[in-house]
Design a protein around this ligand. Structure first.
Ligand SMILES: Nc1ncnc2c1ncn2[C@@H]1O[C@H](COP(=O)(O)OP(=O)(O)O)[C@@H](O)[C@H]1O
Ligand SMILES: [Mg+2]
Length: 279
């Protein structure tokens, strides 16, 4: 583990914003593997906060801990002033945390709009009984939910594809649908696990702009991202981890330029130099 005084710490923006998410001494172990070790970090309200680290560093595990999918072995997670430890995934979702997954997870046989409607149920669900009977109240609620879902598709630039089957859309489009579905629960914090993986430069940049728009509309975003260009362009601040432990935090450009971060990320100095010339 790096000594505290060797960590790269730089000013995070916006400094004055309140903390929305706070992790203190978080621990998660799988057998002898420390996936997350003594990790403390906080995410400011209204920020796009990058979570960076090599493969196997513990990024997805952190998202799984934040959403209640994994149990916490040690430490605390506090979201918007509420302790999250021990809560069920649906309780955490109801507090205002939504996520996307590292791999596309859409439902087969559903249109883009229907996918997003499923994401809206947590906030807008009417009773199943009323829906089953086709009561006017349920029909009205359904229409309102569809209108809301359509507005979410609009926010990710996918309204024109609303009635197409999701599986017929391109990979990049499917990732946008997932983003819209995650917005359905009206979250305060959105956790995005490598949303641009497998995308070309312009698709990835378009996602970056969508995320920035969402942030500008008040959402806080924790962005797990491997594309360093995207991190420096779109993230307000970042946390770098390696072997589940904190390596650096603060301004993305400064963090990613730090020699220990480059060493952890690229392993070899030659690759780090190449990274410098690509920026
Ligand atoms: N469910 C699991 N069971 C066993 N080991 C796991 C599990 N989830 C993650 N790990 C291990 O935890 C470490 C961190 O994994 P992960 O969080 O997926 O990394 P990242 O998302 O940064 O690539 C890896 O060593 C991985 O093998
Ligand atoms: Mg991962």
């Amino acid at each position: 583990m790096p000594e505290t005084d060797t960590l790269t710490r730089t000013a995070a923006a916006p400094a004055a914003a309140p903390t929305l998410l706070d992790l203190q001494h978080l621990e998660k172990h799988f057998g002898g593997v420390t996936a997350v070790g003594d990790l403390s970090m906080s995410v400011k309200s209204g920020a796009i906060h990058g979570l960076i680290g090599p493969n196997g560093a513990g990024k997805t595990t952190i998202i799984n801990l934040l959403t209640g999918l994994y149990s916490i072995d040690g430490g605390t997670i506090t979201f918007d002033g509420t302790p999250v430890n021990g809560l069920e995934p649906h309780e955490i979702a109801a507090l205002g945390i939504a996520r996307t997954y590292q791999n596309v997870r859409l439902f087969k046989g559903m249109t883009a709009l229907e996918q997003v409607v499923t994401g809206c149920w947590l906030k807008r669900g009417t009773s199943l009984f009323a829906s089953f009977l086709g009561l006017p109240e349920a029909r009205r609620a359904r229409k309102a939910t569809e209108a809301h879902a359509l507005s979410l598709l609009e926010r990710v630039g996918m309204a024109s594809r609303a009635h197409e089957l999701a599986e017929t859309l391109s990979y990049g489009e499917q990732r946008r649908i997932e983003l819209a579905r995650a917005l359905g629960s009206d979250p305060k914090l959105l956790l995005l696990d490598e949303p641009t993986a497998g995308m070309n430069h312009s698709e990835a940049s378009a996602i970056g702009h969508v995320v920035r728009d969402l942030r500008n509309q008040g959402l806080t975003v924790l962005l797990v991202e491997h594309n360093m260009g995207l991190v420096t362009e779109f993230c307000d601040t970042c946390t770098v981890i390696n072997f589940g432990r904190l390596l650096a935090e603060g301004d993305p450009h400064t963090c990613l330029s730090a020699p220990d971060v480059q060493e952890a990320y690229f392993g070899r100095r030659r690759d780090a130099d190449r990274f410098q010339s690509l920026r």
